[in-house]
Ligand binder design. Sequence first.
Ligand SMILES: [Zn+2]
Length: 293
Amino acid sequence: MKVIGIDIGGTKILGGIISTNGNLIKFKETPTQAKLGREVILKNLFNTIDELIDEDTKGIGIGSAGRINFDTGVVEYATDNLPGWTGCKLKEILEKKYKIPVVVDNDVNAAAIGEMWLGSGKGYKSMLVMTIGTGVGGAIIYNGELIRGSSWSAGEIGHMILYPEGRQCNCGQRGCLEQYASGTAIYKEYNELLGEEKVSSAKEVFELYKENDDIAMKVINSFIKSLTLSILSLKNIIDPEVFIIGGGVIGSKDLWWDKLKIILGMDVNVVPANLGVRATMFGAAKLILDAIY
Ligand SMILES: [Zn+2]
Protein backbone atom coordinates (compact mmCIF):
# COMPACT_ATOMS: atom_id res chain seq x y z
CA MET A 1 0.00 0.00 0.00
CA LYS A 2 1.34 3.38 -0.92
CA VAL A 3 0.34 6.99 -1.42
CA ILE A 4 1.89 10.12 -2.87
CA GLY A 5 2.98 13.01 -0.64
CA ILE A 6 3.59 16.40 -2.24
CA ASP A 7 5.03 19.67 -0.95
CA ILE A 8 4.23 22.74 -3.06
CA GLY A 9 6.61 25.53 -2.10
CA GLY A 10 7.50 28.87 -3.68
CA THR A 11 10.57 27.46 -5.44
CA LYS A 12 10.22 23.67 -5.56
CA ILE A 13 7.61 20.95 -5.71
CA LEU A 14 8.77 17.86 -3.81
CA GLY A 15 6.94 14.60 -4.37
CA GLY A 16 7.39 11.10 -3.04
CA ILE A 17 5.80 7.68 -3.15
CA ILE A 18 5.51 6.72 0.50
CA SER A 19 4.49 3.44 2.10
CA THR A 20 2.18 3.01 5.12
CA ASN A 21 5.19 2.73 7.43
CA GLY A 22 6.82 5.88 6.07
CA ASN A 23 9.34 4.46 3.62
CA LEU A 24 10.18 6.74 0.74
CA ILE A 25 10.01 4.53 -2.35
CA LYS A 26 10.57 7.13 -5.06
CA PHE A 27 11.35 10.85 -4.97
CA LYS A 28 10.87 13.59 -7.53
CA GLU A 29 11.77 17.27 -7.36
CA THR A 30 10.44 19.86 -9.84
CA PRO A 31 10.85 23.65 -9.97
CA THR A 32 7.52 25.32 -9.10
CA GLN A 33 8.10 28.21 -11.54
CA ALA A 34 5.67 30.06 -9.29
CA LYS A 35 6.17 33.43 -10.93
CA LEU A 36 4.56 32.11 -14.12
CA GLY A 37 1.21 31.73 -12.34
CA ARG A 38 -1.39 29.11 -11.51
CA GLU A 39 -1.53 27.19 -14.79
CA VAL A 40 2.24 26.63 -14.82
CA ILE A 41 2.29 25.64 -11.12
CA LEU A 42 -0.47 23.11 -11.87
CA LYS A 43 1.38 21.80 -14.93
CA ASN A 44 4.51 21.22 -12.82
CA LEU A 45 2.40 19.58 -10.12
CA PHE A 46 0.82 17.21 -12.69
CA ASN A 47 4.29 16.38 -14.07
CA THR A 48 5.47 15.49 -10.57
CA ILE A 49 2.46 13.26 -9.92
CA ASP A 50 2.64 11.63 -13.38
CA GLU A 51 6.24 10.58 -12.65
CA LEU A 52 5.23 8.92 -9.39
CA ILE A 53 1.73 7.50 -9.82
CA ASP A 54 0.86 3.91 -10.75
CA GLU A 55 -2.17 1.64 -10.34
CA ASP A 56 -1.23 0.80 -6.71
CA THR A 57 -1.29 4.45 -5.59
CA LYS A 58 -4.26 4.83 -3.26
CA GLY A 59 -4.33 8.59 -2.69
CA ILE A 60 -2.52 11.91 -2.88
CA GLY A 61 -1.72 14.21 0.05
CA ILE A 62 -0.70 17.79 -0.67
CA GLY A 63 0.94 20.34 1.59
CA SER A 64 0.82 23.79 0.04
CA ALA A 65 1.92 27.21 1.17
CA GLY A 66 -1.07 29.42 1.96
CA ARG A 67 -4.28 29.25 3.95
CA ILE A 68 -5.98 26.02 2.95
CA ASN A 69 -9.56 24.91 3.60
CA PHE A 70 -8.92 21.31 4.67
CA ASP A 71 -12.60 20.31 4.16
CA THR A 72 -12.84 21.46 0.54
CA GLY A 73 -9.17 21.44 -0.47
CA VAL A 74 -9.43 24.99 -1.77
CA VAL A 75 -6.56 27.47 -1.41
CA GLU A 76 -8.35 30.25 0.50
CA TYR A 77 -5.42 32.60 0.36
CA ALA A 78 -1.83 32.51 -0.85
CA THR A 79 0.72 35.32 -0.83
CA ASP A 80 2.56 36.61 -3.89
CA ASN A 81 5.06 33.75 -3.46
CA LEU A 82 2.46 31.72 -5.40
CA PRO A 83 0.80 34.21 -7.76
CA GLY A 84 -2.74 33.26 -8.78
CA TRP A 85 -2.85 30.37 -6.31
CA THR A 86 -5.65 31.95 -4.22
CA GLY A 87 -8.97 30.30 -5.08
CA CYS A 88 -7.41 27.22 -6.67
CA LYS A 89 -9.71 24.19 -6.13
CA LEU A 90 -6.80 21.82 -5.76
CA LYS A 91 -8.62 18.80 -4.31
CA GLU A 92 -11.38 18.92 -6.94
CA ILE A 93 -8.93 19.36 -9.82
CA LEU A 94 -6.71 16.46 -8.72
CA GLU A 95 -9.54 14.05 -7.84
CA LYS A 96 -11.12 14.65 -11.24
CA LYS A 97 -7.80 14.09 -13.03
CA TYR A 98 -6.44 11.09 -11.11
CA LYS A 99 -9.67 9.45 -9.80
CA ILE A 100 -8.21 8.75 -6.34
CA PRO A 101 -8.81 10.51 -2.97
CA VAL A 102 -6.89 13.74 -2.37
CA VAL A 103 -6.36 15.83 0.78
CA VAL A 104 -4.84 19.30 0.85
CA ASP A 105 -3.49 21.10 3.89
CA ASN A 106 -1.19 23.98 4.72
CA ASP A 107 2.50 23.12 4.30
CA VAL A 108 3.47 23.83 7.92
CA ASN A 109 0.49 21.81 9.19
CA ALA A 110 1.66 18.91 7.03
CA ALA A 111 5.26 19.35 8.25
CA ALA A 112 4.03 19.11 11.86
CA ILE A 113 2.22 15.85 11.06
CA GLY A 114 5.41 14.60 9.39
CA GLU A 115 7.50 15.41 12.47
CA MET A 116 4.96 13.68 14.73
CA TRP A 117 4.91 10.61 12.50
CA LEU A 118 8.59 10.13 11.69
CA GLY A 119 10.61 12.97 13.21
CA SER A 120 11.27 14.88 16.44
CA GLY A 121 7.61 14.72 17.47
CA LYS A 122 7.53 10.91 17.66
CA GLY A 123 5.95 9.81 20.93
CA TYR A 124 4.41 13.22 21.69
CA LYS A 125 0.71 14.03 21.43
CA SER A 126 0.76 17.80 21.80
CA MET A 127 3.32 20.02 20.18
CA LEU A 128 3.92 23.37 18.63
CA VAL A 129 6.00 23.28 15.48
CA MET A 130 7.72 26.50 14.41
CA THR A 131 9.45 26.90 11.05
CA ILE A 132 11.91 29.75 10.83
CA GLY A 133 13.03 30.52 7.30
CA THR A 134 12.15 33.34 4.94
CA GLY A 135 9.16 33.86 7.25
CA VAL A 136 7.98 32.27 10.48
CA GLY A 137 5.32 29.56 10.27
CA GLY A 138 3.67 27.46 12.92
CA ALA A 139 1.35 24.54 13.52
CA ILE A 140 -0.36 23.27 16.64
CA ILE A 141 -1.05 19.62 17.36
CA TYR A 142 -3.14 18.84 20.40
CA ASN A 143 -4.05 15.29 21.47
CA GLY A 144 -2.62 14.03 18.19
CA GLU A 145 -4.86 16.29 16.09
CA LEU A 146 -4.02 19.42 14.15
CA ILE A 147 -5.75 22.56 15.40
CA ARG A 148 -6.65 24.21 12.09
CA GLY A 149 -8.83 27.06 13.39
CA SER A 150 -12.26 28.38 12.42
CA SER A 151 -10.87 30.09 9.32
CA TRP A 152 -7.93 27.76 8.67
CA SER A 153 -5.34 30.11 10.11
CA ALA A 154 -4.57 28.66 13.55
CA GLY A 155 -0.88 28.43 14.33
CA GLU A 156 0.08 31.52 12.29
CA ILE A 157 2.53 32.45 15.01
CA GLY A 158 4.69 34.52 12.64
CA HIS A 159 2.01 37.18 12.90
CA MET A 160 1.63 37.30 16.66
CA ILE A 161 2.34 40.89 17.67
CA LEU A 162 5.50 40.81 19.71
CA TYR A 163 6.40 44.49 19.75
CA PRO A 164 3.35 46.82 19.54
CA GLU A 165 3.93 49.69 17.08
CA GLY A 166 7.02 47.82 15.86
CA ARG A 167 8.19 47.10 12.32
CA GLN A 168 5.63 47.10 9.51
CA CYS A 169 4.69 43.57 8.44
CA ASN A 170 3.44 42.56 4.98
CA CYS A 171 0.25 41.28 6.67
CA GLY A 172 -0.75 44.85 7.50
CA GLN A 173 0.02 44.70 11.22
CA ARG A 174 3.04 46.13 12.97
CA GLY A 175 5.53 44.36 15.22
CA CYS A 176 4.86 40.75 14.12
CA LEU A 177 7.26 38.02 15.28
CA GLU A 178 8.20 37.36 11.64
CA GLN A 179 9.71 40.85 11.41
CA TYR A 180 12.16 39.98 14.22
CA ALA A 181 12.84 36.25 14.21
CA SER A 182 12.88 35.14 10.55
CA GLY A 183 15.92 34.61 8.35
CA THR A 184 14.85 37.68 6.39
CA ALA A 185 14.61 39.79 9.56
CA ILE A 186 18.10 38.69 10.62
CA TYR A 187 19.90 39.90 7.50
CA LYS A 188 17.74 43.02 7.08
CA GLU A 189 18.44 44.08 10.66
CA TYR A 190 22.15 43.57 10.10
CA ASN A 191 22.18 45.86 7.05
CA GLU A 192 20.04 48.41 8.86
CA LEU A 193 22.40 48.63 11.83
CA LEU A 194 25.44 48.77 9.57
CA GLY A 195 23.89 51.41 7.31
CA GLU A 196 24.69 49.57 4.07
CA GLU A 197 23.56 46.49 2.15
CA LYS A 198 26.35 44.10 3.08
CA VAL A 199 24.56 40.76 3.55
CA SER A 200 21.70 39.07 1.74
CA SER A 201 21.07 36.00 3.89
CA ALA A 202 20.84 35.00 7.55
CA LYS A 203 23.60 32.47 6.87
CA GLU A 204 26.08 35.28 6.21
CA VAL A 205 25.10 36.94 9.48
CA PHE A 206 25.69 33.67 11.35
CA GLU A 207 29.13 33.46 9.72
CA LEU A 208 29.93 36.98 10.97
CA TYR A 209 28.59 36.03 14.40
CA LYS A 210 31.13 33.20 14.49
CA GLU A 211 33.85 35.80 13.93
CA ASN A 212 32.53 37.88 16.85
CA ASP A 213 31.36 40.68 14.58
CA ASP A 214 29.76 43.27 16.90
CA ILE A 215 26.67 43.91 14.81
CA ALA A 216 26.09 40.21 14.14
CA MET A 217 26.27 39.53 17.91
CA LYS A 218 23.66 42.22 18.49
CA VAL A 219 21.36 40.91 15.75
CA ILE A 220 21.58 37.26 16.79
CA ASN A 221 21.05 38.12 20.46
CA SER A 222 17.93 40.05 19.56
CA PHE A 223 16.77 37.13 17.36
CA ILE A 224 17.16 34.78 20.34
CA LYS A 225 15.32 37.24 22.59
CA SER A 226 12.36 37.53 20.20
CA LEU A 227 12.21 33.78 19.77
CA THR A 228 12.25 33.12 23.52
CA LEU A 229 9.59 35.78 24.16
CA SER A 230 7.29 34.14 21.63
CA ILE A 231 7.93 30.63 22.96
CA LEU A 232 7.25 31.70 26.56
CA SER A 233 3.98 33.39 25.54
CA LEU A 234 2.90 30.36 23.53
CA LYS A 235 3.80 28.05 26.40
CA ASN A 236 1.34 29.96 28.57
CA ILE A 237 -1.41 29.72 25.97
CA ILE A 238 -1.03 26.21 24.58
CA ASP A 239 1.25 24.41 27.05
CA PRO A 240 2.44 21.74 24.57
CA GLU A 241 4.65 18.84 25.61
CA VAL A 242 7.28 19.97 23.15
CA PHE A 243 8.25 22.88 20.90
CA ILE A 244 9.81 21.69 17.65
CA ILE A 245 11.81 24.28 15.73
CA GLY A 246 12.62 23.78 12.05
CA GLY A 247 13.18 25.80 8.88
CA GLY A 248 16.34 27.11 7.23
CA VAL A 249 17.66 28.92 10.31
CA ILE A 250 17.96 25.60 12.16
CA GLY A 251 21.01 24.90 9.93
CA SER A 252 22.96 27.36 12.12
CA LYS A 253 21.57 26.10 15.40
CA ASP A 254 24.98 25.16 16.83
CA LEU A 255 25.57 28.89 17.23
CA TRP A 256 22.42 29.77 19.18
CA TRP A 257 20.65 26.69 20.46
CA ASP A 258 22.42 26.49 23.84
CA LYS A 259 21.68 30.14 24.55
CA LEU A 260 18.03 29.62 23.66
CA LYS A 261 17.77 26.64 26.03
CA ILE A 262 19.40 28.52 28.90
CA ILE A 263 17.03 31.50 28.57
CA LEU A 264 13.97 29.24 28.26
CA GLY A 265 14.93 27.20 31.30
CA MET A 266 14.21 23.61 32.22
CA ASP A 267 10.41 23.91 32.09
CA VAL A 268 10.27 24.34 28.33
CA ASN A 269 10.97 21.29 26.23
CA VAL A 270 12.36 22.52 22.92
CA VAL A 271 13.93 20.32 20.23
CA PRO A 272 15.12 20.85 16.65
CA ALA A 273 13.02 19.38 13.83
CA ASN A 274 14.80 16.49 12.14
CA LEU A 275 13.02 15.72 8.87
CA GLY A 276 14.38 18.87 7.23
CA VAL A 277 12.90 19.94 3.91
CA ARG A 278 11.02 16.66 3.46
CA ALA A 279 8.78 17.05 6.54
CA THR A 280 5.85 18.49 4.55
CA MET A 281 6.03 15.76 1.91
CA PHE A 282 5.97 12.98 4.54
CA GLY A 283 3.23 14.73 6.54
CA ALA A 284 1.08 15.15 3.42
CA ALA A 285 1.40 11.40 2.80
CA LYS A 286 0.36 10.70 6.41
CA LEU A 287 -2.68 12.98 6.07
CA ILE A 288 -3.97 11.04 3.07
CA LEU A 289 -3.16 7.70 4.73
CA ASP A 290 -5.22 8.77 7.76
CA ALA A 291 -8.04 9.96 5.51
CA ILE A 292 -8.39 6.66 3.61
CA TYR A 293 -7.81 4.20 6.48
ZN1 LIG B 1 2.44 40.05 10.24
